[in-house]
Design a protein around this ligand. Structure first.
Ligand code: AMP
Length: 219
């Protein structure tokens, strides 16, 4: 099955998708991470994506859909997948449905629901590891040693699109797009809503229950 984890920037999708993938044996596929890897590799796709990402805008559908199709064709995505950050537009929802229509694989969506003021606080306090990609927060999830990644020891950075001036633009552009995607899954009877407010462990348990209810059970 394919579980689409929906949420605004800062809703906690990445943190929670990683935990849910570890608990269920699903592949965690995050379009933001795929783009950042392309940017780090200096590829043509990365160069195109960077312009949009740094402006707080969505990368064009054709670029995003081609990249995710290549990732989902890999063997680890053959059975259970958690999608984090995709689909983000109506065209992406349709492309995903079309890609799996013949296979009969089930696609279910869960929305991590968080108020806007909480999103802003989470985004501006986020720090990430440029080496292994792990995500931290100055107050909600601080690293053991200030400024250093717990997993690999690299110096943590602020993502360029988490800068205070980009956060407002990102939320404005992306909340509207998210509403459209949420409506499509709701209208087709494939949407569950989970509160994304509270402690990380509490949200993880809530999400695990909702995922199990739609068939993504622990392994
Ligand atoms: P994220 O790490 O999910 O917040 O993604 C970082 C940035 O990558 C977003 O702000 C977008 O600019 C871009 N991005 C990620 N996923 C998508 C997508 N499905 N469609 C278009 N742009 C995306």
């Amino acid at each position: 099955m394919i579980l689409v984890l929906l949420g605004a920037p800062g809703a906690g999708k990445g943190t929670q998708a990683e935990a849910l993938a570890a608990a269920t044996g699903a592949a965690h596929v995050a379009t933001g991470d795929l783009f950042r890897a392309e940017i780090a590799a200096g590829s043509a796709l990365g160069t195109t994506a960077k312009e949009f990402i740094d402006a707080g805008r969505l990368v064009p559908d054709e670029v995003t859909i081609a990249m995710i199709a290549a990732r989902l064709a890999r063997p680890d995505a053959a059975e259970r997948v958690i999608l984090d950050g995709f689909p983000r537009t109506a065209a992406q929802v349709e492309a995903l449905d079309r890609a799996y229509a013949a296979s009969g694989r089930r696609i279910e969506a869960l929305l991590l629901d968080v108020d806007r003021d909480v999103l802003v606080a989470r985004l501006t306090g986020r720090r990430v590891c440029p080496s292994c990609g792990r995500s931290y927060h100055l107050t909600n999830r601080p690293p053991r040693v200030d400024g250093c990644c717990d997993a690999c020891g690299a110096t943590l950075i602020t993502r360029s699109d988490d800068a205070a001036e980009t956060v407002a633009a990102r939320l404005e552009h992306q909340l509207g797009a998210l509403q459209a995607v949420v409506a499509l899954y709701r209208d087709s009877g494939r949407l569950g809503v989970v509160s994304g407010t509270g402690g990380i462990d509490e949200i993880r348990e809530r999400l695990a229950r909702a995922a199990a209810a739609v068939g993504l059970t622990p392994r």
